[in-house]
Design a protein around this ligand. Structure first.
Ligand code: HDE
Length: 735
């Protein structure tokens, strides 16, 4: 493996940022650094992969200056052959992903519940690599499509690698691995024409789910705002399945994992998500990269719901059914520790692309449950890596290597990176290290939970999986009014793209078992009959189980109101043109930046505009390059001439209208309020709609710092609410 002697000792800026975490995290860093090659060449010349020095890297070997190229040119052949093979098969699902390094730190010992080494000591840090992904789209698809997001965490623990390969939605579409290929074939582009990319809004997906009522609960989540996150940094993660924790005394608890983002869970507006997919397809990847590069390290808290082994059936919810969750209102979430992502990858391919997760990568103290979806996954992941990463040695890739020693007698295979020595490749043996070597009952080794299993072999589903609607109903009932509206709109949008009316009908008939009124509202827009619950109940695949849930609603399932209300890392656009009042702009910008927001001056051109006082004000971005969908809020500064100029620019007017339509915070100072004309928004501050702040007198420009502080305070408070969903009249705004 080529190594640069210079690179390990030459920390890149991103590596410097990660210097803080101590002990185990440094071990992984050092290991990666050993494998990494600096961007400067280790030699002052180029060579072939065999080390032969290259004399000319511009011209192929030809018979004469204008003659044919010779097959003999081994340098050209090697270069092009390498290029020809630079792509590996993309992941069958979760192909589009973005990742980062970081660490996980335990709050307090979990030894009461698990002997997992990395959860024993308070303050203990474990290095991690986390990859977020969309599911359906190809590697080059847009980030902001409506989809589930993968949330895969690799813990490089001292007792081996532990992978928690979860999603941002706590349940799944299907109950049995047998249906996974069907589900994925249905959602992927249709096989005859290869459309649509990264979208579930098409016939085959809805045909399949309409025939599989067990998908209903997950469909409710997938049509909710969860499927269009504002940022990867602002979404929850879940282990989905029930796992098992086992302590040193052999006592077991069922466990469900929850990742909760410090910044809260927030979503885009669907119209906005679609526009971003065109304006900046890398929106989420860029947001994650930039935040880490700036030092705004994203954080999540890991929490677990623990259910003692003997209380498995106490909740009336089958813990093995992955279409069900356990509401936090029934089993509280115990905080375990925090995850911090503090370093961007050095190389996308070597790390983000080649990382290989597997729910079967567990460590002593963590075990599986019999969830039939999980059991199928335990086979799938290694199998898929064999073809994706080209053989059984993918664990030797730097990003996949553990930080603890690896020792076994597996040998050979494609891409073996090490040179095992000696003539012993079997166990037990006496020829290896001079004594007898035998592994038999290693008390620190992984021992499976000794679950008693004695049953007939059969292809059958437990009747305890038969309830397909109670939790879908609970989810819908638990949403805020705005979130419920978004779900209705999403079903209408998706089913509106389904060309076969009978499929639309089957879906809304199923939805009638969630909530009759809701199903009717969806159906109204689809040119079909009102939902028919009875017809759904008579179809093949429908099961009549109904759980008695002890809850009417579970507020923990909402997104609205989550997070600490801070504006850290929020993006604010300050619209500017010639004649802007730079004094008020400056003081407000300083206040908002101090609160943790990111301010960008957006104008008609790059370079600078002239302020009312003839000062130069740098413009960071143009209306075309950074449209309103890239921001969380807009500030319209004072300045009569600037306001008039902006009013004459279609892009600027559109910018404000669009931000208003997407329920963002809009703050207008002095004459900046004129830009709100056309929205039907009153210029009277007291009657302004939610999230619209109108500051009539530009007192701040005259140096009134108290007035400035008040505006900043109001701005921060409004922006801290993320969006103003209750804002009326947005539908009337053309943007
Ligand atoms: Fe996966 N899944 N999956 N999955 N999954 C893959 O493995 C599979 C499921 C999840 O960033 C593949 O290495 C089966 C549930 C994530 O690299 C593949 C079944 C959950 C990632 C695979 C499921 C997930 C994958 C494709 C049903 C949430 C991306 C490439 C039995 C708990 C990991 C790869 C990354 C990736 C199979 C269902 C999460 C094909 C058979 C449920 C986050 O092996």
């Amino acid at each position: 493996m080529p190594r640069s002697s210079a690179s390990p000792s030459r920390p890149s800026s991103s590596r410097r940022a990660a210097a803080a975490p101590a002990d185990a995290t440094q071990a992984k860093q050092a290991q990666l650094a050993q494998a990494s090659q600096g961007s400067e060449l280790p030699l002052p010349h180029l060579s072939t992969n065999q080390g032969v020095r290259i004399a000319d890297n511009h011209n192929s070997l030809r018979a004469g200056a204008r003659g044919p190229t010779l097959l003999e040119d081994f340098i050209l052949r090697e270069k092009i052959t390498h290029f020809d093979h630079e792509r590996i098969p993309e992941r069958a699902v979760h192909a589009r992903g973005s990742a980062a390094h970081g660490h996980f730190q335990v709050y307090k010992s979990m030894s009461q519940f698990t002997c997992a080494d990395f959860l024993q000591e308070p303050g203990q840090k474990t290095p991690v690599f986390v990859r977020f992904s969309t599911v359906a789209g190809g590697a080059g698809s847009a980030d902001t499509v409506r989809d589930v997001r993968g949330f895969a965490v690799k813990f490089y623990t001292r007792a081996g690698n532990y992978d928690l390969v979860g999603n941002n939605i706590p349940v799944f579409f299907i109950q049995d691995a047998m249906k996974f290929p069907d589900l994925i074939h249905a959602v992927k582009p249709e096989p005859h024409h290869g459309m649509p990319q990264a979208a579930s809004a098409h016939d085959t997906f809805w045909d399949f789910v309409s025939l599989m009522p067990e998908t209903t609960h997950m469909l409710m989540w997938a049509m909710s705002d969860r499927a269009i996150p504002r940022s990867l940094r602002m979404m929850q993660g879940f282990g989905v399945h029930t796992f098992r924790w086992v302590n040193a005394h052999g006592e077991a608890h069922f466990v469900k994992y929850h990742w909760t983002p410090r910044l809260g869970s927030h979503a885009l507006v669907w119209d906005e998500a679609q526009k971003i997919a065109g304006k900046d397809p890398d929106f989420h990847r860029r947001d994650l990269w930039n935040a880490i590069a700036r030092g705004d390290f994203p954080e999540w808290e890991l929490g677990v719901q623990l259910i003692p082994q003997d209380k498995e059936h106490s909740l009336g919810i089958d813990l093995l059914d992955p279409t069900k969750l356990v509401p936090a209102e029934l089993v509280p979430i115990t905080p375990v520790g925090k995850l911090v992502l503090d370093r961007n990858p050095d190389n996308f391919f070597a790390e983000t692309e080649q990382v290989a997760f597997h729910p079967g990568h567990v460590v002593p103290g963590i075990d599986f449950s019999n969830d039939p979806l999980l059991q199928g996954r335990l086979f799938s992941y290694t199998d898929t890596q064999l073809s994706r990463l080209g053989g059984p040695n993918f664990h030797q890739l730097p990003i996949n290597r553990g930080v603890c020693p690896v020792h076994n007698f597996q040998r050979d295979g494609m891409h073996q990176q090490s040179v095992p020595q000696g003539h012993v490749a079997y166990e037990p043996n006496t020829l290896g290290n001079g004594g007898e070597f035998r592994v038999d009952g290693d008390s620190e080794g992984f021992v499976s939970w000794p679950e008693a299993v004695e049953s007939p072999k059969q292809r059958v589903r437990s009747s305890s999986f038969d309830d397909h609607f109670s939790q879908a109903r609970l989810f819908f009932a638990s949403q805020s009014a705005a979130e419920r509206e978004h779900i209705v709109a999403a079903f209408r949008f998706e089913l509106g793209k389904v060309s076969v009316p009978a499929i639309r009908q089957r879906v809304v008939d199923n939805l009638a078992h969630v909530d009759e009124k809701f199903a009717r509202r969806v159906a109204e827009a689809l040119g079909i009959n009102p939902p028919d619950a009875k017809a759904a109940a008579g179809r093949a695949g429908f099961r009549h189980g109904k759980a008695e849930l002890p809850l009417e609603e579970a507020p923990s399932l909402r997104m609205v109101g989550t997070g600490d209300g801070s504006v850290r890392t929020r993006q604010i656009a300050i619209l500017a043109a010639d004649g802007v009042d730079s004094a008020s702009l400056k003081v407000l910008r300083e206040g908002l930046t101090a609160a943790g927001a990111q301010c960008t001056v957006v104008g008609p051109w790059l370079g600078a505009v002239r302020s009312a006082s003839q000062r130069k004000l740098e413009v960071d971005a143009t209306f075309a390059g950074m449209p309103s969908v890239m921001f969380d809020a807009v500030l319209l500064p004072a300045g009569a001439q600037a306001a008039q100029a902006l009013l004459g620019m279609g892009e600027a007017v559109h910018f404000v209208h669009e931000a208003f339509k997407h329920c963002k915070t809009v703050c207008a100072v002095g004459e900046g309020a004129q830009l709100l004309a056309g929205l039907g928004v009153t210029a009277d501050a007291r009657e302004a709609p939610a999230g619209v702040l109108i500051c009539p007198t530009p007192a701040v420009s005259t140096g009134d710092t108290e007035a400035a502080a008040l505006i900043v305070q109001q701005f921060v408070q409004a922006l801290g609410r993320h969006r103003h969903w209750e804002r009326a009249g947005v539908d009337r705004v053309a943007a």
